[in-house]
Structure formats: structure tokens, C-alpha cells
Design a protein around this ligand. Structure first.
Ligand SMILES: [Fe+2]
Ligand SMILES: [Fe+2]
Length: 183
């Protein structure tokens, strides 16, 4: 497995998480109530795995190396992706803020929570597709074997730093989210 394959595999888990969010949104649109615990797991998964871990790896290691490669040729694409990371954080902050009010049946939170959920899902799906089909293939082309190897070491270091059980905890969160929707 090379460095890019690791990031693609993380996208797989993030897609499963997004599938749960899509199911939850569909239920909300049909007037079903989603338990607050579902949103607690969602916010934790998004902050810990999507943002602090996956986006951090991309921004600090992969984007930086790619930006140095072709004298700014990729700068606009990278800037757009960074902005989407930031956008995602903002939507998740709003979801986190609205979840108590939603649980209590407050009018504004009942409106804003699905709105942010909808924006977050479509933005992140589009973002991941752009990376999988545009940016990552460009990186595979642009990096030398040595650079790819160096990137792999950096990504593995980030995995070690995340600590033992980090992926299991987050995989478990996605499973718990699914169970809450089927319960
Ligand atoms: Fe990204
Ligand atoms: Fe990504």
C-alpha cells in the first residue's frame, strides 16, 4: 500500500459515515426523529477522523508536497480543497450547536440542523470525488518513488501518533450510527 492508497482507504470509511448521514437526513425529511446520540457520534467522527486526522494529513503532508512540485500549478485546486475542509468544520460546528435544540423540538434548530447536514454531505461527497479522481491521480504522477516513500513514512507516523485503537474507535462510531438508525 502506498501513501495515496492510505488516503483512498480513509475515504472509504468517510463514505460509510456519509451514507449514515444521508439515511438520517432522509428520515428527518420524512418526519422521523433522530436520536441525539447519533449526532454526538457524527460530530466526534467528523472532528477526530475526518478533520484532525485525514484532513490534517492531506494539508500538512500531501498538499504541501504537491504545491512545491509544479511551481504553483496546483495552488488553485489545493486552495479550493482547503476551503472545503474549513467549510466542513463550520457545518459540523453548527450541527453540534443545533443538536440540543433539535432534541428539545425547538423550531430554529429543527430547521437548521438538516440544512447544515445536507450542505455538509453534498460538499464532502463532492470533495472526496475531486480528490479521488483529480488530485490524487495528479499526485501519483507528480511524486517520485522516493517522495512517495517519504510521504508514506509521514502518514504512518501520523497513524502511530493517533494512538492504538484510533481507527477501531472511529469504525465503531460509524457502526453505532448505523445501528441507531435501524433501532
Ligand atoms: Fe480533503
Ligand atoms: Fe480526503
Amino acid at each position: 500500500m502506498n501513501a495515496i492508497d492510505i488516503l483512498v482507504a480513509e475515504h472509504g470509511l468517510i463514505r460509510q459515515f456519509l451514507d449514515n448521514l444521508t439515511t438520517a437526513l432522509g428520515k428527518m425529511e420524512r418526519g422521523e426523529k433522530i436520536p441525539k446520540t447519533f449526532f454526538e457520534h457524527s460530530v466526534l467522527f467528523s472532528r477526530e477522523l475526518v478533520d484532525k486526522h485525514h484532513h490534517f494529513k492531506e494539508e500538512l503532508q500531501m498538499f504541501t508536497l504537491l504545491a512545491q512540485k509544479h511551481g504553483g500549478q496546483f495552488d488553485t485546486a489545493i486552495e479550493g480543497l482547503r476551503n472545503q475542509h474549513e467549510n466542513g468544520r463550520n457545518h459540523v460546528a453548527e450541527i453540534d450547536y443545533a443538536k440540543e435544540g433539535y432534541e428539545a423540538g425547538q423550531e430554529s434548530a429543527t430547521t437548521t440542523l438538516p440544512e447544515h447536514l445536507d450542505c455538509y454531505i453534498s460538499m464532502l461527497r463532492q470533495h472526496i470525488n475531486r480528490e479521488d479522481h483529480r488530485l490524487y491521480p495528479m499526485a501519483r504522477e507528480a511524486y517520485s518513488a522516493g517522495e512517495m516513500e517519504g510521504l508514506l513514512v509521514e502518514l504512518q507516523r501520523a497513524d502511530e501518533k493517533a494512538g492504538e485503537g484510533f481507527f477501531e474507535t472511529n469504525r465503531d462510531r460509524v457502526l453505532k450510527m448505523g445501528a441507531l438508525l435501524n433501532g
